[in-house]
Design a protein around this ligand. Structure first.
Ligand code: GAR
Length: 225
């Protein structure tokens, strides 16, 4: 529970199937995560997460980015304002990007400073951006993994809180490697959200603090309970 004794209110933003969302929801439902998902938003109408939310009774809707056009260009301001309106109306305390495949503006990031998390399928700062599994294989990496980080205006560049490492095996394909990383992602996100819910992880003066000490390097999963 949060200091106020109520579950931490989460807005979760997705673009696709939503397996990280489902992992977080499972931990909320079984009581091992002191949080509740108050709103799911997708930038795509066809996200698999939307029918899944409907089946679970989780409030969810699409704000379709493709419909925000001005002078033939993507109207990012209009799209993000629509997102912010719904997130803020939900009373969300923490905004969780879970496979949300859009770059967010500095304006959006500033609005949720210290309350915006992302999960990225690599050992940041290695392999920022897309196609991380293919790039880890092409680089001959011996290990790969996933990172949960606070979002700042720099793409995939905010302070990393927690990482999980997995080995890259000789016969790996991008798909086998992605699956190994994804199973770790499903542990990582709930761990970090739980630390925020219980105030172990805090955002102060633009930096994370863990158990009252400045977090200058990522924690590793399994290192702490
Ligand atoms: C996850 O692997 C997540 O790390 C990645 O998208 C996938 C979403 O899967 N996110 C990014 O690449 C963000 N740049 P999910 O929809 O099953 O949670």
């Amino acid at each position: 529970m949060t200091a106020s004794g109520t579950p931490l209110r989460l807005a979760v933003l997705v673009s696709g199937r939503g397996s990280n969302l489902a992992a977080i929801a499972a931990r909320c439902a079984d009581g091992t995560l002191a949080a509740t998902i108050v709103q799911v938003l997708s930038d795509r109408e066809d996200a698999g997460a939307l029918p899944w939310c409907a089946s679970q009774g989780i409030a969810a809707r699409a704000i379709a980015a493709a419909t925000f056009r001005q002078d033939g260009q993507f109207d990012r301001d209009g799209f993000e304002s629509a997102l912010m309106q719904v997130i803020d109306a939900s009373g969300a305390q923490l905004v969780v990007l879970a496979g949300f495949m859009r770059v967010l503006s500095a304006r959006f990031v500033a609005h949720y400073a210290g309350r915006l998390l992302n999960i990225h399928p690599s050992l940041l700062p290695r392999h920022k951006g897309l196609h991380t599994h293919e790039r880890a294989l092409a680089a001959g990496d011996l290990e790969h993994g996933a990172s949960v980080h606070y979002v700042t205006a720099e793409l995939d560049g905010g302070p990393v809180v927690l990482q999980a490492h997995v080995p890259v095996l000789p016969n790996d394909t991008a798909d086998t490697l992605a699956a190994r990383v994804l199973s770790q992602e499903h542990q990582l996100y709930s761990q970090v959200i739980g630390w925020i819910a219980t105030d172990r992880l805090q955002w102060q003066n633009g930096r994370p603090r863990f158990d009252g000490i400045a977090l200058n390097a990522p924690l590793q999963i399994g290192e702490l309970t």
